[in-house]
Design a protein around this ligand. Structure first.
Ligand SMILES: [Zn+2]
Length: 211
């Protein structure tokens, strides 16, 4: 329990640091502003959620469903959460990770491809955690809409790697999509020439997320 608390505190510090580095707004620009001032920000909760999944505390759901071991990299072909990513996204990530390593920045995959069952588990956990499907939808997509399930999204850590991508990702077609998820990247090939499109405040503003 003490270790779990420490991890949560460290996660909160890392999230706060990440937000400062990235200059992203800590709360969504619109909707549900009443919930943005609660003690533990959803970002911190979500980070610890990912940590639980990585360390295999979910029983039935394992690597075959997309849970990734600690310190998994974009080069770990034997990990399904990496191997089942879209090949173009994976290629861009590997180029970026190689160049970032030259800058002394290491990429870790916190989450990549997920099975529909894994995504459903995340969604149900989020509904319990946030108290309603509407609030959960700001953080976790359904199995039908998640870009992780289709292999088109990756959650990159630690915050230094996300910061590196925030600065250099567009050159590889790698773009942050949601303002409330500075770790979540998807491939936008047109970004190489035109820069990344504006981010959505959170997934509920993304037309793809309509059920
Ligand atoms: Zn994500």
């Amino acid at each position: 329990m003490r270790v779990a608390l420490l991890l949560v505190v460290l996660g909160a510090m890392a999230a706060a640091l990440g937000n400062q580095v990235l200059g992203s707004s800590p709360s969504p620009a619109s909707s549900s502003s009443s919930s943005s001032s609660t003690a533990a920000s959803p970002i911190d909760v979500r980070r610890s959620e990912h940590r639980d999944l990585r360390s295999g505390h979910r029983g039935a759901l394992g690597e075959a469903d997309g849970a990734v071991p600690d310190r998994t990299t974009v080069f770990d072909d034997e990990v399904p959460g990496v191997a089942k990513l879209d090949s173009a996204l994976l290629g861009a990530l590997r180029q970026a990770a190689t160049d970032a390593a030259g800058d002394g920045v290491q990429f870790v995959v916190d989450s990549g491809w997920r099975s529909p069952a894994y995504q459903e588990q995340l969604l149900q956990d989020a509904v319990l955690k946030y108290g309603s499907e509407a609030e959960a939808a700001r953080w976790v997509a359904t199995p039908n809409t998640s870009a992780h399930v289709s292999g088109d999204a990756v959650d990159v850590g630690p915050s230094g790697a996300a910061a590196w991508l925030s600065e250099h990702g567009a050159a590889y077609g790698l773009c942050q999509v949601y303002g409330n998820e500075p770790w979540h990247y998807e491939l936008r090939p047109e970004a190489i020439d035109h820069g990344c499109p504006a981010v959505y405040a959170d997934p509920t503003h993304d037309p793809r997320m309509q059920r």
